[in-house]
Design a protein around this ligand. Sequence first.
Ligand code: UD2
Ligand code: MN
Length: 397
Amino acid sequence: MVTIQSKWRYLFMFLGIQLVVMALLSREGYQKRVSYFIRIFRKPDTTGSSGRNHTTAGIIGGDVYANLSHLSKGHSHGDDMPYCPKTSPLIGGPIHVSFPSGLTLSEVQRKNPLVVRGGRYRPPDCEARHRTAIIIPHRHREHHLKFLLYYLHPFLQRQQLNYGIYVIHQAGNYTFNRAKLMNVGFREAMREEDWDCLFFHDVDLIPEDDRNTYVCDSNPKHAAIAMDKFGYKLPYKMYFGGVSALTPLHYLKMNGFPNNYWGWGGEDDDIGVRVSLAGMYITRPSLKAGRYKMIKHKLDKGNDVNPKRFNMLAKTRQTWKLDGMNTVEYEIISRQYLPLYTNITVNIGTEAGLHPHPTPPPPAKAAGKPAADAPAVVAEKSPAKPPAKQKEGHSGK
Ligand code: UD2
Ligand code: MN
């Protein structure tokens, strides 16, 4: 008798559970519920690599666009706006980074409606505490640039920064010069806005953690300390490559970056040495925060390994005051305020100077008239008209 009763009890319990499950399935759609059940039975991801769930700021699955949807246009930037909190409430933890095929710049634009002309942004509902410019040296890496913009815009917005993105594009096919492009970027960005921090940023490095805040420290900061390509470890103590952050004062104190490293390698170490020669030291975020993914690539055409780099590096102590911001020479070819960034195309010349092959003077009879084939020596082909200073607030694109 006792056995029959408990059999009935189990049968009723079983039927009851089935009813609850069916009710849940029918309420919000079968697929959603199934994935929900699968998720609760799966072990939580403890490696911190992909698909991480962070409750700190409500970021689910580390989606880089999480937490931005409630920000809306239409707030006015009056004088009475409160400062943003010291730590942004929108910041989460790790971000899941992948490179979906078929992504377009207009898709990136659509996903970032509050970014205005020239790739500028200010938080719509509070006064930013920091003004950060991102300087990206660039040539023939449009594919990488698209992914960087896709990840960087929402990442910076979540940090409640007033920011601008500058792409410094080297004109022509002469050997690439990353550090000189940074000097150009520094001068041109500072001409437009009183930035209090500049991030010098390789085009192919994607930050993987929200806690890597793009603000400056009291000393030059090396941000890209844990990259996938180096097994998420710092490769060596003085390493300063990839992404670094300096205030204008830091930058000028070390006379900027060297102008004479043509081709791949050495310039990052030279910059690291300059930091200490100028009496400063390198700060770094935690290994957890300073994680980056590098988009895989080969050495570019026009950026061969610089064979002189070791000899040059041995002389940084003698050269840093003689070469840098105080000697940089270049010509702006164009300046475009694009929806997602400001593009500055620049002629930085060659190792032999800005105009290595000066045109011979025109024949006597044509004196006074410029020769038809003389290279155009223009400081600026398209006149610079920076976007309205951001005090006025978002005015749309
Ligand atoms: C390493 C450093 C980099 C720099 C370089 C040596 C890392 C993650 N980065 O990068 O900071 O010190 O060594 O010069 O370790 N670029 C172009 N077009 C070109 C060539 C270069 O846009 O044709 C730009 C682009 O922003 C790129 C950067 O220069 O990210 C560095 O060049 P790289 O990516 O070819 O060199 P890589 O990855 O060895
Ligand atoms: Mn690279």
